[in-house]
Design a protein around this ligand. Sequence first.
Ligand code: ZN
Length: 195
Amino acid sequence: MPAKKKTVAKKKAVAKKKVVAKKKVVAKKKSVAVKKKTESRKKPVTQKKVSSAKSNRSNNDFSTFTPYETQKGEEYMNEVQLEHFNSILNSWKQELMMEVDRTVHHMQDEAANFPDPNDRASQESEFAMELRARDRERKLIKKIDESITMLESGDYGYCEQCGIEIGIRRLEARPTANLCIDCKSLDEIMEKSRS
Ligand SMILES: [Zn+2]
């Protein structure tokens, strides 16, 4: 893909000025973004798989970022955009990891607090549910890590199947997306026909 080559070449040049350039843009963006936040904040549409609403709240918390505003003629996945997604991915990961930690501690505290077998049984099934939720979170963390690796290698933001740009909005709704919307839909259709 030509896109890949470009990113590598670009990266080198970028590395030097990165720190300076990045800071300026972020500072500028903030004041504008704060105002806009309330109106332009949309619910992440693609987050459909989130079940068991109670304990999964944190899975959606990456949406606390400020939506990226593209400048005219801006290059896709330039250093500012990369930084934007890097920070989304990292803070999302942090939150998930804190959530995992919290549950482990919570379960340690609660464990063996119920001498009554009935209470114990209901507690155990509650734990089992928690563990499943944590398991999902761990998998999600793994996906986030993969995305961060792709960010570093310059592959982030491009469809793994067809190489097309996945797009800022789709990535903001689903920061770990590695397929464009078309390939993703196709993928889902194929999956259904297989099972
Ligand atoms: Zn594609």
